[in-house]
Design a protein around this ligand. Sequence first.
Ligand code: BT5
Length: 263
Amino acid sequence: MNRVAGISFRTSKIIGRKIFHYLRVTSTQDKAKKFAEKGFPEGTIVIAETQTLGKGRLGRRWVSPRGGIWVSVILRPEIAAMEAPKMTMIGSLAVAKAIAELTGMEVKVKWPNDVLIPAIAGGPFKKVCGVLTEMVLGAGRVSYIIAGLGINVNNRIPPALRPKAISLKDAMGRTVAKQKLLRRALEKFDRYYLEFKKKGMAPIMKEYKGMSAVLDKEVEIECPEKIIRGKALDIDEYGALIVQTGGGRKRVIAGDVTILSKV
Ligand code: BT5
């Protein structure tokens, strides 16, 4: 039994109503999925100190040693499948705002699922957090979504990932209060999620766009079947990126973005 206790989110209305905290799991996504299947309510979260098989998008691995925040949230929004990317945006915005408030750093969100911070002041931005949203459908609608947040806090980044990835500890030059950041990020997630339920995506989208690393930039997007190159013009109400290419405007739903012009 490796479950541990000791965290509560009294200020949250939904996110963190029920908390499962483990020392080690394969992936918090898989644990959360099991709880969702058992009928646990939305807002249930699964936190682990380490993951042995942390997941990124498209079957990629997420390196998750001790010292980072690895957490998955069960959501049951009443939305259609094509709206699921909105949950990724809410998650990354919540983390970005929490990091900015706690560290004073300039933080950016990189469509579709990354949070970036500067490696050194004025230097290149690197990935400090990745968000993974997985959905399960029932009758064409979303039955539930598992939103996974992976934040590099005090953990070591393997050398192979260092050109693009960074921890808060490395960026700040000191250990960062992990529990405080976790609490702040989940409180923000809670607030944005409630706002989404009440008012829809528009106010959140405005904040998200204000922190975007890609808008107005020349980008190259690696999609599953093609590469799209052009200027990132906008993010639409469903969370798709609108790109002006040589061959006209394209609407991109997902992909890996490389920013060609300076962030
Ligand atoms: C993501 O995928 O960025 C989503 C990561 C989500 C992780 C959380 S942790 C809690 C929950 N439980 C899980 O099992 N997953 C979620 P993607 O955009 O596909 O990025 C994956 C790529 O980022 C990898 O192929 C590596 O190149 C790189 N990478 C791996 N570990 C990293 C890390 N700790 N920090 C930064 N980059 C990393």
